[in-house]
Structure formats: C-alpha cells, structure tokens
Design a protein around this ligand. Structure first.
Ligand code: 5CA
Length: 445
C-alpha cells in the first residue's frame, strides 16, 4: 500500500475524550471513529488489525476442531423467555419491536440461539461432542461505555458453545478452550492469565476470566506472581487427549489467581508474601461451564446409550475480539505511539522515502516495495511529499514493527536503514540485506 493512496486520517492533537492511551492512539492513528457513545466505525487501518486478530482466533479454534458458523445479531425475545433471561438480563439488553409488534433484541450473547439450533438438529449422543462458534457483533447497553473499544456498546466477540453428553466431556471442552485461548493470546503477543471468576448473567459457577495485566484495566485482580512465569509456547497439544488438556489447565490454574469477585483473603494469605500481588487487569476472554442450565429450560436433549432422554451439558466461551486491539495497545506502546507485535501488525514494514521526487531514492523505494510484496508481505510505503520528521512521526504512531528508511545520502554508500520500532535501534545495510532480514523475521513467526 502506498500511503498517498491510503485512507489514514491521522490526528495531530490528542482527542480530549480519550482517557487512556489505547483509546487516544486508536483515534489519533485513524483506526476508529466514534459513531455514538460506545459505537465505532472501523476505518481501514483499524479494520485491518481487527481482521488479523479475527483470523488468529479462527485458526486456533479450528485446530481444536471447533466449527465456525454465523448467527444473526437480531434475535427473537421468545427464545430468551424460554430460558428466563429476557427479564433477568436487565437494562443492558437492547430491546426492539418489529413492524408487527413482535419483541426482538440485539444479541448481547447467543446461548439461547445456539441451543435452539442444536435442539432442532441433534437428537442422539452419537452426534456429540459438538462445539460451534461464531465471531459476530454483540450489543450491550453498558451504563458507562468508555475507553473506546475496551468497553463498547457494540463490540465484536468470538463466542463458542460446547454440547456434550456428560459433565466429564463438557469439562474436557472447557479445558480445550482454555488451551486454545492461551495459544491465541500468546500469538497476539499478550500474556493473559486465567483467573477464577464469577458467572454473572451467563451463569455457572465454574468459570475463568483471562486477564492482561495493565494499570488501566477495569478489573481488580489478586495473584501469585509465579503465574506470570508460565507460557504455553509451541508445545504440541493433542486436543483429543483429555489428560493432556487437564494437565495444562492445572498447570495454569492451580496457583492463586482470582478477580475481586471471587477473591478470598484467607486463601490468598497462604501464598508466600513476596509472591502476593494485587493489580489491575483487562478481561480479554471468559470461559464457562454451566451444565444443563440452558438445555433443561429449553429442552435440548439427546438419547443416550440406554435410550434415555438426557439434557446435554454445555459451556460457552468468549473472546473480546475488538477489545483485544485496546488491550494489545495498552500492553505495547511508548510515548510516540503504538508498537504492534509482528503477529497482528497491519503492515509488515514501513518504507520511508526521505526525498520523494529524487530519482534514485524513488527507484530504491519502489524496488524494496516490490521485493517485499513479491515475498508475500505487505509493506506501507510513505511516498508523500512530506518532511522526514512528519513521516517518522506517522510511522511511529501507527506502530509498524519494522521500518526501512531510504535517502539519497545513504544510497550513495549503497545503504538504507532498518529500524526496529520496539527498540528504536537502526542498522545500516544494503537494500537487499534489509529486505532479506524483514522477510526472515516474518518467516520465523
Ligand atoms: N456467552 C459468554 C461467552 S461466549 C459471554 O458472553 N461471555 S462474556 O460476557 O464474558 O463476554 C466475552 C468477552 O467479551 C469478555 O471477556 C470481554 O473480553 C468481551 N466484552 C464483554 N463486554 C464487552 C464490552 N462492553 N466491550 C468490549 N468487549 C466486551
């Protein structure tokens, strides 16, 4: 992409309404535009990152055998009356009437809708286990939408639902989700710690939230500092192996880590004092096992091996996909702007031409641009007739992890400059060497 043709409405000034850094940078970098309180348009740069995160979420779900589908955003109130949640959900639910006076709602989550799909098509234990998921917009009429995409009213969520014959199988589905979530967050360059939490309006008392530690987080959390040393890494996981998934769950959840909803001072006191931490965190996901809560009220039953009709065991599992953009920025930025991890960066490498219009500099930039493109990467070439300072400021703000700077002076010596956004370190090398290095960085991801 050439910046001269891209829609990147960068703001020079800090927007007054943005109280935290991620919101400020998302507005300044032209990623989002507020449409109304807690509701945003996603401009090309923001949309590109949203799609990248979405793709990583899809990949990790499908590795575990979970099947993507898509449900509507507008749901019938009658389904929610069956489960009893139509009244229970309260003011967060956006209630709508259609032209025939029928009660509808904009889905804040989809347990009822998926249970209705399940009961229409599945009757036998032979069709289990089954895990379906979607990535779809949700609406919750939050009392205090704030911090941009962090607490939106309209937001993008991955929501997955498992259907199992037994509690044991459903807990295996829970463990599978825990493992896929850990992997997903690690690929996004985040450490998200699973913590015991509260079921809230979804229900169930067995639930973990995934928290990214950040001062601006909305949740108060308490944990044993040892939990921050554990990584999933690239270990091989067999998602059919119940014992292995259970072991991973235990590895990540045995040490004390709880949100304030379930925090227990007496148990926390058993953690050695030097490892006791309290901090703030951003909730980027939550997994639930709630047994037969929905299947009983909505008659989602199957015939078991003994020809007996039994309600299925269920859980639901959510990732805040749009919130993740904010969480990544909170975890990865400096005073000049965003620093995208390589796994989600909107463009792989920036190319800055210090003297647009200089034949040699233009030709070198074009050469780098086409070589990176041919290697399957997406560079962003700042080909505007701007001053170098302005070009650097834009690149730093939008946070591409790598930048190649090309100018007539360097070219005289046969070199360009390759700069890491994270460390700020620059290295001079031939254009070919810079291209090869960038290609190698992404090949190793
Ligand atoms: N049905 C379950 C799991 S599919 C569910 O709705 N869980 S949830 O309520 O915990 O939401 C899942 C994730 O969505 C949360 O962990 C959070 O990361 C994200 N989320 C929730 N509310 C908002 C909001 N107002 N703005 C942005 N993201 C949100």
């Amino acid at each position: 992409m050439r910046l001269s043709r891209y829609f990147l409405p960068v703001l020079k000034e800090d927007p007054a309404e943005a109280a935290i850094v991620s919101h400020r940078y998302m507005l300044r970098a032209g990623m989002i535009k507020q449409a109304s309180a807690g509701i945003y348009s996603w401009l090309p740069l923001g949309f590109k990152i949203l799609r990248k995160i979405e793709n990583i979420v899809h990949e990790e779900q499908q590795k575990a055998g979970h099947m993507p589908m898509l449900m509507p955003t507008i749901q019938s109130a009658d389904l929610w009356r069956e489960s009893g949640r139509y009244e229970d959900y309260g003011d967060e639910m956006l209630r709508i009437q259609d032209r025939h006076g029928r009660d509808m709602l904009y889905g804040p989550t989809n347990e009822e809708q998926i249970t209705d799909t399940f009961r229409a098509h599945v009757n036998s234990y032979k069709d289990l286990p089954l895990t379906l998921y979607q990535i779809q917009w949700k609406f919750r009429d939050e009392r205090r939408p704030r911090f941009g995409v962090m607490r939106g009213r309209e937001f993008f969520m991955k929501d997955g639902y498992n259907f199992d014959l037994t509690k044991e199988d459903a807990l295996h589905a829970y463990n599978r989700h825990l493992v896929t979530y850990l992997r997903t967050y690690e690929r996004l360059g985040l450490q998200a710690i699973p913590m015991r939490a509260d079921g809230g309006p979804i229900g169930g008392d067995y639930t973990h939230e995934f928290l990214v530690l950040a001062e601006t987080g909305e949740s108060e959390v308490f944990y044993d500092s040892e939990v921050t040393d554990i990584k999933l890494g690239n270990r091989d996981v067999d998602f059919d192996d119940k014992a292995q998934c259970q072991e991973i769950l235990e590895e990540f959840t045995t040490r004390y880590a709880r949100t304030d909803e379930t925090h227990d001072e007496a148990i926390f006191a058993d953690v050695p004092e030097e490892r006791r931490r309290s901090a703030r965190g951003i909730e980027v996901g939550q997994i639930f096992y709630f047994g037969t809560k929905y299947s009983e009220s909505m008659n989602a039953t199957v015939i078991d091996e003994n020809q007996k009709l039994v309600p299925v065991h269920m859980g639901s599992h959510g990732i805040g996909v749009s919130r993740l953009l904010g969480a990544i920025i909170e975890a990865s930025h400096d005073d000049k702007g965003i620093i995208w991890p390589e796994g989600v960066t909107p463009f792989h490498c920036g190319i800055v031409n210090l003297k647009q219009g200089d034949d040699e500099a233009d030709a070198a930039c074009e050469g780098i641009y086409s070589a990176l493109t041919k290697a399957g990467l997406e560079p962003l070439y700042d080909d505007r007739k701007e001053r170098a300072g302005g070009k650097f400021a834009t690149m730093d703000l939008i946070g591409l992890p790598w930048r190649i700077t090309v100018g007539p002076r360097g070219l005289k010596n046969g070199v360009v400059e390759l700069t890491s956004r994270r460390t700020g370190e620059s290295e001079e090398m031939s254009p070919e060497a810079a291209i090869a290095k960038v290609v190698e960085i992404y090949a190793n991801l």
